[in-house]
Design a protein around this ligand. Structure first.
Ligand SMILES: O=C(O)CNC(=O)[C@H](CS)NC(=O)CCC(=O)C(=O)O
Length: 307
């Protein structure tokens, strides 16, 4: 008599016994926010619905997803606390879909700090819709000439107070190190997130300008992935927000070898999500074959003669 054939387990045994080293599908968003908060949030809701339909465990939204203001003054005037309507609306989406949500940058009102300026704050929401761990307040502020549509400048520090603390989040899909947009130009942030915080995944939610994005976006992101051997998830603003603001798009997910695993192209594809797999086993493999953590010799005065 033939023995009954056991049915295959629904989940591979190793993934079940050690879920954090398995594969996980995540979605990175690209959108074109304006001053219309309600419209921006309904775009977020639609993107969250699509990400949930595709069985993603997390959705990453870009910097300024809820609002891109036309002026610094407006950005300060419309800033909210983290228990305000914008974060609450997103928490309802996270809860509805049982999905992690990275809120790439909200204009946070800072009543306690004694600084009139707003903060540019990243918030991670759990699948229960609660705020996970510490918010991250953007450290490097974008003050640059010749980056706007008509060749104008942007002076983020006029309306934003800089943060002073790095943040990471231990989640069931890996340890997520947080940064925002212009931070990507400062590699020491990512060295600290990888080597001090133990990040597997680095996020860079952005509103890169069209001019700087064309020249630098992909190169910077892939460099950060390669030199840290982390996944990089970079949500992006795209298209024309106002007469003076235009963003580069090209939201992407990069693996720890530096390959792009998912991306959206602007302007052809515009608003949407790109979906990719995060494999912590692949992170481990890349790091085992080339163990930069044990090879690195930080060039500091205690260790080297700097001249
Ligand atoms: O908070 C908001 O309203 C939106 N914030 C932004 O757009 C920020 C500050 S103006 N943009 C950047 O950091 C772009 C960096 C960039 O483009 C580069 O580094 O090349």
């Amino acid at each position: 008599m033939a023995a009954p054939t056991p049915s295959p387990p629904a989940v591979a045994a190793d993934a079940r016994s050690n879920p954090t080293r398995g594969r996980t599908r995540v979605a990175v968003a690209q959108m074109c926010s304006t001053e219309d908060v309600e419209a921006n949030l309904s775009t977020c809701a639609e993107l969250a619905r699509r990400a949930a339909e595709l069985e993603c465990v997390a959705l990453f939204l870009p910097e300024a997803f809820a609002r891109i203001s036309r002026s610094g003054k407006a950005s300060i005037a419309t800033a909210e606390s983290l228990d305000g309507p914008i974060v609450r609306a997103c928490a309802a989406m996270a809860r509805e879909h049982g999905m992690w949500m990275s809120l790439g940058g909200v204009a946070e009102r800072d009543d306690a700090g004694g600084d009139a300026r707003r903060r540019n704050t990243h918030v991670l929401l759990t699948p229960l819709g609660t705020i996970h761990g510490e918010p991250y307040r953007k450290i490097h502020l974008f003050d640059a000439e010749g980056v706007g549509v008509g060749g104008g400048g942007l002076m983020e520090s006029e309306w934003t107070a800089p943060g002073r603390e790095l943040t990471s989040h231990a989640t069931d899909f890996g340890t997520v190190g947080v940064s925002v947009c212009y931070d990507v130009r400062f590699p020491d942030v990512y060295q600290a997130l990888r080597f001090e915080h133990g990040a597997d995944i680095l996020i860079v939610p952005s509103a890169f300008t069209k001019i700087t994005g064309r020249a630098h976006w992909e190169v910077l992101l892939r460099a950060r992935a390669i030199e840290t051997q982390c996944y990089v998830v970079a949500a992006a603003q795209c298209g024309r927000h106002s007469e003076t603001r235009e963003s580069y798009g090209h939201a992407m997910i990069i693996d720890p070898w530096g390959e792009i695993v998912a991306k959206l192209d602007d302007p052809e594809e515009g608003v949407g999500i790109a979906v990719g797999e995060i494999s912590l086993e692949y992170v481990d493999e890349v790091r085992r074959k080339m163990p930069i953590a044990s090879h690195r010799r930080p060039v500091r005065r205690e260790n080297f003669t700097l001249g």
